[in-house]
Design a protein around this ligand. Structure first.
Ligand SMILES: Cc1ncc(COP(=O)(O)O)c(C=O)c1O
Length: 428
């Protein structure tokens, strides 16, 4: 693959100025992705930034300024969303197992839509809504009876997301998310009997990192069919939340996600119809994934039984979704040694566990040496916020934005004190 100016100049500079391990985010790329998707969406679609992908405040603020709404899955994310200026009426609060404290906070702050994931959660929410005298709009999350999937999460480990065909799954069965489609006939009347909740629609999210827009739209067609059936039976459904799932390329792929064609298909299938729904897209990976780079220095190069190991000053405590999990070896390189002849190696992190291996059998420069910097691309989503940050007490990486030609620190490197701040040292 070819590396551009950003890769060659900016990453090198970020490392020289701020050191590593570090995340660097290209804010122009964030904006390009947002505009590309936003400009293709039909008028009945609303783009919500899924904070779980990357909850850095400066990144969230950029999305708020660009005009996105937000999707949060915890009170922490809700606080972040409010702090950076997302409109509270347009926040969707998803996630299985919301605590009483979280539900109460969501009600009190005026969150626009709370997605209930079970009848017991709905009852708890209703009790709280009665207590404080609020009528709360909700969506019901549904676990569909039929679904397609090419998600890495539902495949055998080690399989590549990009090369595989979608699987049609019948009666997918048990899930911790939502209520089973088969139980809707009994759940909906119970929901409607709750005095202070107002059911507005349904939420179904089944897939992640899908590069084939047709596949995604077909899955969403199934969501529309479920909603249509509810409507026909007299349930006033008017909002559909399709979740996220738009993919980015982590390796060489036959076809990248075709955003333009996707927009046209959405219009055809979900807008130019007699009674279109208001449709919510909660998008994370597509919006921030490609903008993020993770840099880590080489701490050691060694051999064991004929294999070469490169040990990073970093690892799964910084980047849990390793290049192996994402099949992202084409997006991994050593700064300044892009043209060196290569040899296979095991790229591993510094944690004291064999689990901390980024990728095995990866081609790395034959002359890789201690002090070199490994750059992993496409780490903007599910990087910093999806890592085993507390394992072995290594300080959090710093985060840097590249904005208008400048590098700006947006999170200080962590300190050892971070790990001790809330502890009480007790003699027992
Ligand atoms: C409920 C929900 N919405 C949205 C997203 C964001 O998905 P993506 O990053 O694929 O856009 C996720 C990701 O796990 C999710 O669980």
């Amino acid at each position: 693959m070819q590396f551009d100016y950003f890769d060659a100049q900016v990453l090198q500079r970020a490392w020289e100025v701020y050191g590593a391990p570090i995340y660097v985010y290209d804010f122009a790329q964030i904006e390009r992705q947002f505009n590309k998707l936003q400009s293709c969406l039909p008028p009945n679609f609303r783009l919500h930034y899924a904070l779980k992908a990357n909850a850095n405040l400066s990144i969230c603020r950029r999305f708020a300024h660009l005009g996105a709404a937000a999707e949060v899955s915890s009170l922490g994310e809700l606080i972040a969303a409010l702090r950076v200026g997302f409109s509270v009426e347009e926040i969707v609060f998803t996630g299985p197992g919301k605590s009483r404290h979280e539900l109460l906070a969501a009600l009190e702050k005026g969150v626009g839509l709370i997605v209930v994931e079970s009848m017991s959660e709905a009852r708890r929410l209703n009790e709280l809504a009665v207590e404080i005298g609020i009528n709360q709009p909700i969506l019901l999350r549904v676990n569909p009876a039929i679904r397609t999937a090419n998600s890495c999460e539902v495949r055998a480990s080690g399989a590549s997301c990009n090369d595989l065909q979608p699987i049609q799954m019948n009666g997918q069965g048990a899930s911790k998310f939502g209520v089973d489609e088969e139980s809707l006939d009994t759940v909906i009347p119970m929901l409607q009997s709750l005095t202070n909740l107002a059911l507005q629609g349904i939420h179904i999210f089944t897939e992640s990192n899908v590069l084939d827009y047709q596949q995604l739209v077909n899955t969403w067609g199934n969501t529309v069919e479920i909603a249509d059936r509810l409507r026909q039976s007299g349930v006033p459904v008017h909002i559909l939340d399709f979740g996220g799932g738009i993919g980015i390329a982590y390796n060489s792929v036959k076809q990248e996600f075709d955003t333009q064609a996707f927009g046209q298909e959405l219009k055809l299938r979900f807008t130019d119809v007699p009674q279109p729904y208001h449709c919510i897209l909660e998008i994370g990976r597509y919006l921030v994934g490609e903008a993020g780079y993770y840099l880590a220095e080489v701490l050691d190069v060694k051999e064991s039984k004929g294999q070469r190991f490169v040990i990073l000053h970093g690892g799964i405590h910084n980047l849990y979704r390793t290049p192996a999990m994402q099949n992202a070896t084409k997006y991994l390189r050593v700064l300044g040694k892009e043209n060196s002849p290569t040899q296979p190696a095991v790229l591993a992190g510094q944690l004291p566990t064999p689990v901390d291996v980024m990728v095995r059998g990866v081609e790395l420069p034959a002359d890789i040496a201690i002090g070199d910097v490994v750059a992993i691309h496409n780490c903007g989503a599910y990087g910093f916020n999806h890592s085993l940050t507390n394992f072995a007490l290594h300080p959090y990486p710093a985060e840097v934005a590249y904005v208008n030609g400048e590098l700006v620190l947006i999170r200080d490197r962590g300190s050892y004190e971070d790990f001790f701040r809330h502890q009480r040292l007790v003699e027992v």
